[in-house]
Design a protein around this ligand. Structure first.
Ligand code: 1YM
Length: 645
C-alpha cells in the first residue's frame, strides 16, 4: 500500500513536471525572439552557438579537446564534441534521465549539473531546450561508458525515449537538429557567418580545436582551427594586414575568486581604435565594465610612464583616446554571474570586473613598460602625436564653425533637402555622381527624401586623422548633412535622417565608393552603423521588357525566373533583357520605381559585419602592404576586373 502510494506520488510529480515542460517549450515557440533575439538569420545561427556553448563549457571544464560543426545537406546542423557526454542517469527530482531534462526543461543546465556545470553567458542565457523547441526535429547521441545512448524530439516533444542504440569506444555528445521553417524567416545557413564565429571561439579558448565544414555540396569548404596562443594570436590576426609597431604582443592576465580576465595588446601604425571585448566568449560590442577598467588603466599607465621618463612635462597629459590610437586589443573575461545590459544586451554590467581589469592592467602593463623600454617609447610617442593631432582637429573644427557661422547657410550647396524635419521620418540618399544625383533629385519624393550627390575622387580615410577628414571638401558635406559630427564630437541624437542610404552603381567603381563610405562611417561614425541607420540601395541589375510590360531583376536567378514568367502564356514571346548600365542612365521615374519608392525598392541594412569587412578590404586595397593586396586581388579577380596593383 505504501509502495503504491509512493508510485502514485512519483507519477503525479512526473505529470506536473511534464506539464511544466510543455508550457515552457510552448512559450519558447510562441515568442522565440525572447530567447534567441530574433527569427531572422541571426536567430537561426544563434541555435548553433547555443549548442556549441555547451560543448565549450565542457572544454572549459577540461574534458573536451575537439568540437566539430557540420552543415549537412538540407541545412541541418551537427555539433560533435569529445567530452564526457551529457549525463544519462536518472535525476531524482524528476525521475527522468538528465539528458532528457537538459533538452526539455527551460534553463536546465545550471540546476542539474551538480556543481561543475556553469551556464555560459549566451545572449539570453538559454540553451539546449530552446534549440530543441525551435527545431523541426533534433537527435542527441551520447557516447559514454562504452554505450551509445540516443534520444529524439520533434518541436520539443519526445519522439523517441532515451535508448541504447549501440556500443562505442569514445566519449562525447553528438547533436543534430533541423531548424523549424515554421519559426524562422530563413533556414539556410551561411558558412562564413559560422566560420567567423567558430574562429572567434577558437581564439578565445587557446588550445581547443574547432572544425567547421559545409557538406551541402560535395566540395564545400571546411576548416580546422586551433590557436595555442589564444587571444595573443587573435590580436596578431586582427593586425595581419596592417603594419605593426612592435612584434611582441603585450599579454596580461589575472584572476580574482571565480572571475578571470586576459588582455592582448598590439599597436599598428593606423589611427583607429580596435577594441574587441568578450564576456564568457560572448562579444560585447557595447563594451561595459571590462572595457572601462581597461581604458582607465591604460591611460594612467601611459601618462605615468611619460611623466617618469620626462617625455610628458608638468601638468600635461595625454587623453584616453590618444593612448588608443592604432591599438588592437582583445579583452576577454570569464565570470559566473555575468550581467548583460544595454539596448542589445551587449554590455557587461558587473562592477567588480572593472576593478579586476583595472588592477591587473595597472600592475602588469607598468611592469611591461619598464622591461620593454623600446616598445613603451613607441606607444608613448604614438599617444603624444595623437594628442597633437587632436588639438589640430579642434582648430580645424573651430575654423569650419566660424566659416558656417559667417556664411549663414549651414547646409552643403549640393544637398537637396526634404521638407519634413522629423528625422525619424526622413531619409538621405548619398549618390555617386552628379548625373545620378540629378535623376534622384527629380525622381524622389521631396517630402521626406533628401539627396546628396558626391563627386570626384574621395579622400583615402585609411591614412587620415580626424583633422584631415574635417577639412576635406568631399567628406565635409556628408558630415554637415548628417548633422552628427565625427569622432570625439559625435552625437547620435543630432542625426538629421534615420535612413542614410548609399546609392552607387553595381560595378567596380560603385563598389569602391560604397566601400569607401562604409569605411568612413565605420572609422568615424560607428554608432550610425551599430544602430542600424545605414543602408545600401539596391538598383536592379536587369530590365526585362515584353510589349508594354517592364519588370526588373536584382540577380541572374531572378532574371531567369521573371523571363520565364513573362513568357508563360506564350513561350515564343520576345522578352527584351538589358543589363542596367548605371544609375545615371536611368530616368527619374525608373529610378524612383526600382530603387527609391519605399513600396517597391529593396534596401540592404548595413550590419557591423559588413562594415568590418569593408574596413578590412579597404586596409587591403589602400594600405601599405603589397603581398596581402596581391593575394586579395588574385582571389577576387573575377569580381574586381581591371584593378591593377
Ligand atoms: C554538442 C553539444 O552538450 N556537451 C556536453 C554537455 C554536458 C556535459 C558534457 C557534462 C556536464 C557535466 C557532467 C557537469 C552537459 N551536462 C549537463 C548536465 N555538447 C554538449 N558535454 N558531465 C557531462 O556539468 O557536471 C548539461 S550540459 F546538466 F546534465 F549536467
Amino acid at each position: 500500500m505504501a509502495d503504491e502510494l509512493m508510485n502514485k506520488k512519483v507519477e503525479t510529480d512526473y505529470n506536473a513536471a511534464q506539464i511544466q515542460v510543455l508550457e515552457g517549450l510552448e512559450a519558447v515557440r510562441k515568442r522565440p525572439g525572447m530567447y534567441i533575439g530574433s527569427t531572422s538569420a541571426s536567430g537561426l545561427h544563434h541555435l548553433v552557438y547555443e549548442i556549441v556553448d555547451n560543448a565549450i563549457d565542457e572544454a572549459l571544464a577540461g574534458y573536451c579537446k575537439h568540437i566539430s560543426v557540420t552543415i549537412n545537406p538540407g541545412n541541418s546542423i551537427t555539433v560533435d564534441d569529445d567530452g564526457r557526454g551529457i549525463p544519462v542517469d536518472i535525476q531524482p527530482q524528476t525521475g527522468r534521465p538528465a539528458l532528457e531534462v537538459v533538452y526539455t526543461v527551460l534553463h536546465a543546465g545550471g540546476k542539474f549539473g551538480g556543481g561543475g556545470y556553469k551556464v555560459s553567458g549566451g545572449l539570453h542565457g538559454v540553451g539546449a531546450s530552446v534549440v530543441n523547441a525551435l527545431s523541426q526535429w533534433l537527435k542527441v547521441q551520447v557516447h559514454k561508458d562504452g554505450k551509445i545512448y540516443q534520444m529524439e524530439f520533434a518541436r520539443g516533444d519526445i519522439t523517441q525515449e532515451m535508448t541504447v542504440v549501440g556500443s562505442t569506444s569514445r566519449t562525447g555528445t553528438v547533436v543534430t537538429f533541423q531548424p523549424d521553417p515554421e519559426i524562422f524567416d530563413t533556414v539556410v545557413y551561411d558558412y562564413d557567418t559560422l566560420h567567423t564565429r567558430m574562429r572567434e571561439e577558437a581564439f578565445l579558448n587557446a588550445g581547443l580545436t574547432i572544425t567547421i565544414a559545409d557538406q551541402r555540396t560535395p566540395d564545400g569548404p571546411s576548416k580546422t582551427m586551433c590557436y595555442e596562443g589564444g587571444i595573443k594570436e587573435f590580436a596578431q590576426w586582427c593586425n595581419r594586414n596592417k603594419t605593426t609597431l612592435h612584434d611582441d604582443v603585450i599579454y596580461i592576465r589575472g584572476t580574482k575568486g571565480e572571475a578571470s580576465a586576459e588582455i592582448a595588446i598590439q599597436y599598428n601604425d593606423g589611427f583607429s581604435e580596435f577594441l574587441l571585448s568578450f564576456a564568457n566568449d560572448v562579444h560585447t560590442p557595447e563594451g561595459g565594465m571590462h572595457e572601462t577598467g581597461f581604458k582607465s588603466a591604460l591611460t594612467r599607465v601611459v601618462n605615468a610612464y611619460g611623466a617618469r621618463t620626462g617625455a610628458i612635462k608638468g601638468d600635461d597629459r595625454v587623453q584616453g583616446e590618444d593612448c588608443r590610437e592604432g591599438i588592437t586589443a582583445i579583452i576577454s573575461v570569464k565570470l559566473t554571474d555575468a550581467q548583460f545590459e544595454g539596448q542589445t544586451k551587449a554590455k557587461l554590467g558587473n562592477a567588480y570586473i572593472r576593478t579586476l581589469v583595472d588592477s591587473i592592467v595597472s600592475d602588469q602593463l607598468a611592469t611591461y613598460f619598464e622591461e620593454h623600454p623600446k616598445t613603451a617609447k613607441i606607444i608613448l610617442e604614438k599617444a603624444m602625436t595623437a594628442n597633437r593631432a587632436r588639438a589640430a582637429a579642434q582648430k580645424a573644427r573651430d575654423s569650419i564653425r566660424r566659416k558656417t557661422a559667417l556664411g549663414g547657410a549651414a547646409m552643403p550647396d549640393k544637398l537637396r533637402d526634404c521638407n519634413e524635419s522629423d528625422p525619424s521620418l526622413t531619409e538621405i540618399y548619398i549618390v555617386e555622381g552628379d548625373s545620378a544625383g540629378g535623376s534622384a533629385t527629380q525622381g524622389r519624393d521631396s517630402r521626406f527624401q533628401a539627396i546628396l550627390p558626391l563627386w570626384g575622387k574621395m579622400l583615402n580615410v585609411e591614412k587620415a586623422r580626424e583633422d584631415k577628414v574635417i577639412g576635406n571638401d568631399k567628406l565635409q558635406p556628408v558630415i554637415t548633412a548628417l548633422g552628427v559630427g565625427i569622432g570625439t564630437e559625435f552625437d547620435l541624437s543630432k542625426l538629421r535622417y534615420h535612413k542614410v542610404i548609399i546609392m552607387a552603381d553595381a560595378d567596380v567603381d560603385g563598389s569602391h565608393i560604397r566601400t569607401l563610405l562604409l569605411t568612413f562611417f565605420f572609422r568615424f561614425m560607428r554608432p550610425l552603423i551599430e544602430h542600424g541607420y545605414v543602408y545600401a540601395a539596391m538598383p536592379p541589375l536587369y530590365k526585362l521588357v515584353r510589349g508594354k510590360t517592364t519588370r526588373y531583376a536584382f540577380s541572374d536567378e531572378e532574371r531567369d525566373q521573371i523571363s520565364g514568367e513573362m513568357r508563360k502564356d506564350n513561350p515564343n514571346a520576345k522578352v527584351d533583357i538589358s543589363r542596367n548600365k548605371g544609375l545615371g542612365e536611368m530616368d527619374p521615374h525608373e529610378l524612383w520605381e526600382t530603387t527609391m519608392n519605399p513600396e517597391t525598392r529593396t534596401l540592404k541594412r548595413i550590419e557591423l559585419q559588413d562594415a568590418v569587412r569593408a574596413d578590412e578590404i579597404f586596409t587591403l586595397l589602400m594600405g601599405e602592404k603589397v603581398e596581402p593586396r596581391k593575394e586579395f586581388i588574385e582571389q577576387n579577380a573575377k569580381y574586381v576586373a581591371n584593378l591593377d596593383y
